[in-house]
Design a binder for this molecule. Structure first.
Ligand SMILES: NC(=O)c1ccc[n+]([C@@H]2O[C@H](COP(=O)([O-])OP(=O)(O)OC[C@H]3O[C@@H](n4cnc5c(N)ncnc54)[C@H](O)[C@@H]3O)[C@@H](O)[C@H]2O)c1
Length: 327
């Protein structure tokens, strides 16, 4: 007999909730929206109406509802840890958006709280849940590529100033995707050198481009690139591209293998982007909550991703000098 869908509370009903999460919930039979909360009552009631669920008046009301099994923390970054801790204490499983936290210590608090509660706390590291990257990891692990020599993870998606300001600098906002992807595919880099630049925008005072070169323990060099400054409209676009080359083979994966017009929100017309959310949510409810399996990217990976970003920040402060990553 099929099990009852997991009931998911959405905490935060902004761009990512109303776009990818709503689409993923509408596709899934394993999980259904159980209710939501956002202090912005207009946004909350619009999404509650679309999903046909209740908008709770405050977070405690949502968390004290026993019919909600799990929550997705989709609030602004600086609130993730507090909301995730409160949710774990209330006995909910937690899926928490990236960047999960700002510091290593905060991640350690989450790990301890999840263990105490006996609940799943899974980073929403959506990019790696795409089947192409899961296969890439398997091929690399099986040694099919031989000795890995080099890698590239690139992101070029222009963001209008209003949206760029909303998210802030690409190092913490986008390169965190690259950092957890690198950890997933190839493991922990030993050193990082980094450069940041701002090409345009008036209000945005932080970087709109970031470039990191990671040295892996075996000597492989992996290039991480993120830009809100320009899209790539050429015939061989580098929108989001992963390429790993080894002595015996290589893998390439791109978000450009299928596209359609959807101006509803950033990257909503890119199926590989949306599939990552869909597969991630399925994994959260089916493998992690129901079967007790370890997420493909864990809180320990979120912690190491912060360490890579912090090493990059330290390299930037030293004019791009290569800096060791301390684990
Ligand atoms: N994984 C991805 O690919 C991806 C893509 C976009 C955004 N994100 C992440 O998702 C999160 C949300 O991003 P967004 O673009 O939807 O932002 P957003 O600003 O559009 O939405 C955030 C929402 O949280 C609400 N909020 C504020 N305080 C709150 C509180 N105390 N409790 C509950 N809700 C509160 C805001 O009113 C707003 O509606 C961010 O952490 C962002 O980094 C991830």
């Amino acid at each position: 007999m099929a099990s009852k869908p997991i009931s998911l509370g959405l905490i935060g009903t902004g761009i990512v909730a109303a776009g990818p999460y709503r689409k993923a919930l509408e596709r899934s039979t394993a999980v259904k929206a159980g209710g939501l909360f956002d202090p912005d009552a207009a946004k909350a009631s619009a999404l509650a109406e679309a999903l046909e669920v209740r908008a709770y008046p405050d977070l405690d009301a949502l968390l004290s509802d026993a019919s909600i099994d799990a929550v997705a923390v989709l609030s602004p970054n600086h609130l993730h840890v507090d909301i995730a801790l409160r949710s774990l204490r209330a006995g909910k499983h937690v899926l928490v958006e990236k960047p999960v936290a700002e510091t290593v210590e905060e991640i350690e608090q989450l790990e301890a709280a999840a263990q105490r509660a006996g609940k799943v706390c899974m980073p929403a590291h959506n990019y790696i849940y795409n089947p192409s990257l899961i296969r890439a990891k398997r091929l690399i692990g099986e040694g099919r590529l031989g000795t890995v020599a080099s890698g590239w993870i690139l992101y070029n998606i222009f963001h209008p100033e209003e949206i760029a300001c909303h998210y802030g600098g690409v190092l913490r906002e986008v390169c965190v995707h690259h950092a957890y992807s690198l950890l997933f595919l190839l493991g922990k880099p030993a050193k990082v050198s980094a450069q940041l630049s701002r090409v345009h925008y008036h209000e945005l005072t932080c970087e709109d481009q970031a470039m990191l070169t990671c040295t892996m323990p075996g000597g492989a060099l992996v290039h991480l690139w993120a830009s809100f400054a320009a899209s790539d409209p050429t015939s061989d676009p580098w929108t989001v591209v992963y390429k790993i080359l080894g002595t015996n083979g290589g893998i390439a994966y791109t978000w450009d293998d299928a596209r359609y017009d959807d101006t509803g929100g950033p990257a909503w017309g890119i199926p590989n982007y949306l599939d990552g959310f869909y597969q991630e949510l399925e994994f959260f409810v089916t493998q992690a909550i129901r079967n007790g399996e370890t997420p493909l990217s864990t809180l320990a990976d979120a912690r190491d991703a912060i360490r890579i970003i912090e090493a990059a920040e330290s390299s930037v402060a030293k004019a791009g000098t290569s800096v060791e990553v301390h684990y």
